[in-house]
Design a protein around this ligand. Structure first.
Ligand SMILES: Cc1cc2nc3c(=O)[nH]c(=O)nc-3n(C[C@H](O)[C@H](O)[C@H](O)COP(=O)(O)OP(=O)(O)OC[C@H]3O[C@@H](n4cnc5c(N)ncnc54)[C@H](O)[C@@H]3O)c2cc1C
Length: 397
């Protein structure tokens, strides 16, 4: 198997790297490289820089404004952006909703929403989970009833990430409570968050940050054409969308950047006069992780090479499991490498201010929060237990 890139791919990589080095604002790069929190404006600013270059939506077909890249180019682009410290794309609009709009959105929806998603003028969030509907998503209770030429929506969504930054939501709601199976009575809607009857309440996660929310809908009225595709087919569209979510959750580029950071930090931490990275037991842990990451990288490449022929299938479940476990493992080893100095939770460090009196090196300040937040990656996008159930079923087990 030849794993070297062809020459034309190398010149593409040079072009992308030179662009990112020139255009990515230093302050944003610094936050990403040091594991600090990004603000909304950081994401929007970077998205617009990419948009001006025609690179804001690398996975979109050319007819919808994508750059028309090959699978390999898309993969390299994502990797270089991660390595160079660019913010990850906000996935909800461009990576999750857009493929559904390509497949079943009306012409008007495509023309209106896609260009605005590309610039992050419209920042979408995902209204799927509810207090009683997470793994068992089909039991969701939020109701949408057609009254004249409006849908009237009532219910509650849970864990709606980035709704505090968002302008729009894509939402699953029950439109036919009498359907023979619960999955057959669900529809998908898209509409602005700034309509009367919507209340967004923060949930502070155990890293001390505001990433996610509860969202309440009380007699929310949206136009008839806020529905995507056909009524009661929302479950099929959600499956297509979740396949894309699970692929993006693999986050290979981000783990590569984190692995590099781990090696650097473990090279600076000393144990009995020897860099930690050179001690056999720690080196073994780092090597085992790197091997897992290389295997994941190849699996993702294989999977995206098949895209276009099929929607993501069981490979998406597989890379979600592995990718999330690897992300957690890196943060565990980072905390282990730094030892007690990594334990204090320093919220100021997450936002770039830094503690007045740090007990360890500067890089220690963000490690606890990042360790805690990364616990979520085996839960969201469908928990890893559920991914394993799906895989087992597909293998006939
Ligand atoms: C920080 C955060 C951000 C999130 N962001 C979003 C978002 O933006 N939009 C959105 O819609 N959702 C979001 N989610 C919701 C996420 O997708 C759900 O939390 C997830 O699907 C699990 O559902 P649950 O929390 O209801 O847990 P439950 O479904 O109650 O599961 C509890 C535990 O039981 C296990 N379990 C459940 N059923 C089975 C089974 N059949 N077999 C084996 N084990 C099982 C689960 O794996 C889990 O460990 C987010 C969640 C978190 C924590």
């Amino acid at each position: 198997m030849d794993l070297t890139y062809p020459d034309e791919a190398k010149s593409f990589a040079d072009e992308v790297r030179a662009f990112v080095r020139e255009k990515l604002p230093h302050a944003i790069r610094d936050k990403v490289m040091n594991g600090r929190e990004l603000e909304r404006d950081d994401n929007v600013a970077w998205q617009r820089i990419l948009h001006a270059r025609g690179w804001a939506t690398p996975a979109w077909p050319a007819e919808y404004g994508g750059p028309g890249w090959t699978t390999l180019q898309r993969h390299m682009f994502a990797e270089i952006l991660s390595e160079e410290g660019a913010p990850a794309f906000i996935p909800f609009g461009q990576e999750m909703l857009a493929p559904v709009l390509f497949a079943v959105g009306s012409r008007e929806q495509q023309q209106h929403f896609l260009p605005r998603i590309a610039t992050l003028e419209y920042w979408f969030c995902q209204g799927f989970s509810e207090p009683g509907a997470g793994s068992d998503l089909a039991s969701l209770k939020t109701r949408a009833v057609l009254e004249g030429d409006q849908w009237v929506i009532n219910g509650q969504k849970m864990w709606t990430s980035t709704a505090q930054n968002g302008t729009h939501i894509f939402l699953l709601a029950r439109t036919d409570p009498a359907a023979p199976k619960p999955q057959m009575g669900i529809s998908m809607f898209i509409f602005p968050l700034a309509v009367p009857g919507i209340t967004v309440r923060p949930i502070i996660t155990m890293d001390g940050e505001h990433h996610t929310n509860e969202v309440f809908f009380e007699d929310v009225r949206v136009p008839k054409d806020a529905i995507i595709g056909e009524p009661n087919k929302g479950w099929d569209y959600a499956k297509l969308l979740l396949g894309h979510e699970r692929t993006t959750i693999a986050r290979v580029g981000q783990s590569k950047r984190q692995l590099k950071r781990l090696k650097k930090i473990a090279g600076e931490e000393m144990v009995d006069g020897v860099p930690l990275l050179e001690t056999p037991s720690f080196r073994d842990k780092v090597a085992a992780l790197e091997i897992e990451l290389m295997s994941l990288d190849l699996s993702v490449l294989r999977m995206i090479a098949g895209e276009g022929k099929n929607a993501p299938g069981n490979e998406a479940n597989m890379v979600k499991i592995k990718g999330s476990e690897i992300q957690q493992r890196v943060t565990e080893l980072l905390v282990e490498a730094v030892g007690p100095a990594a334990l204090p939770y320093d919220r100021a460090a997450m936002h770039g201010a830094g503690s007045e009196d740090p007990i360890g090196p500067d890089y220690a300040g963000t490690l606890a929060a990042s360790y805690f937040m990364t616990r979520v990656v085996t839960i969201y996008g469908g928990s890893n237990e559920i991914q394993r159930n799906i895989l087992a079923k597909s293998l006939g087990l």
